[in-house]
Design a protein around this ligand. Sequence first.
Ligand code: F0G
Length: 459
Amino acid sequence: MKNIKHSWAEPYKIKMVELLKMTTPAQRKKAMQDAGYNTFLLKSEDVYIDLLTDSGTSAMSDRQWAGMMMGDEAYAGSRNFYHLESVVKDIYGYKYLIPTHQGRGAENILSKILIKKGDIIPGNMYFTTTRLHQELAGGKFEDIIIDEAHDPENDFPFKGNIDLNKLDKLIKKYGAKRIPYVSMATSVNMAGGQPISMKNLKELRAFTKKHGIRVIHDMTRVAENAYFIQQKEKGYKDKTIREIVKEINSYTDGATMSAKKDALVNIGGFLAVNDWDVFEEARNMVVVYEGLHTYGGLAGRDMEAMAIGIGESVNDDHIKARVGQVIYLGEKMLEYNVPIVTPIGGHGIFVDAKKFLPHISQDQFPAQTLAAEVYLDAGIRTMERGVVSAGRKANGENYYPKLELVRFTIPRRVYTQAHMDVIAESVARVYERRNKIKGMKMIYEPKYLRFFQAKFEKL
Ligand code: F0G
């Protein structure tokens, strides 16, 4: 009896299905060429299993859909806003709420309020939209994540941690006055969905308090981070996800949220702060960029679905199955010797393209190439997270990130274990023929966030 495994399984059953189109290799070849070898430019119809992102791709519950029917579409003072406000206070613990159409709407407002020209914003690895808003507001991002995060094979369990020595050096170099806040993300996306530990957060809080620096939390995937704390950090195994999430937030001064991830909705986000002055300014500004402060670019029904989704997202059974499915896929890929970032993160598997295609130099876009090859094999859509995503510095030079990854992002509550098997087998096939794969050159490059619309040609 002792050796029988205790598997996770979904804490829900399926009530409605969406049919998928199956494609032939010839159809996929044409689709990929038409898309300039950029998976963002594929038509969703031509995709079998869509792992482009976990953003806005979750399946909502029957309760969320019922909530959609309860939308109060008043221009001002919608009932759904007050519901969402009470949930954000109660579950997340932040005092004041500004809804926004999605995460970057909140990043825009927050950056404009807190950042002055010449400011330095330290953070645990950049995220594309977050860093761009910080730069557009006149700031400069500085990476202060621990070195382990840049090593895909390092097995440290909390690779999202902040190196306080790096922060200390920045304070000594620039002075605390030029650092408006530390940009701290839970489940660091670009590092492979790696969590930050509670211990590190507490130390960060104490250290920043001493210097009068705020901590702003990118809480897009906070529940997934809480799961790793529950499973791996001493003293947390008997705490609920809900308790852990609230404790995490208690060490921060405010948050930007893309509710399209953790919070299980297809659209929505918010800015939440504890500081009345920042709130007041944000409430002024949201009217300019998003909409009135009681809807922020969302319909009443969207806010209702979000309020209900936040409650479901901190349920222990939900998060166990959610992360359990990601780990299942990762372990399957490891069985086929596919090089992936370990430990396995919370929202997807990140394949190490430098190791997968060592014969392709970073100038020839190994991760972009690999994402294209994975689509060609079985119609699985993934995303480049390497030199293309990293973009260019203000002086026009490319950023060359250490991590050159292909992200297999798992939407929440959407695919089954059989889909996970198909994905792992497809990647294993591409791995088998890896030596024959050639790199690419970029033939079109947009000015901002180039990865979304860049085009490529096979060498
Ligand atoms: N912060 C993080 C950590 C994110 O992953 C994202 C979005 C955002 C902020 C911005 O939020 O899209 O609602 O404006 N990430 C998506 C992704 C796009 O695919 O990882 P948004």
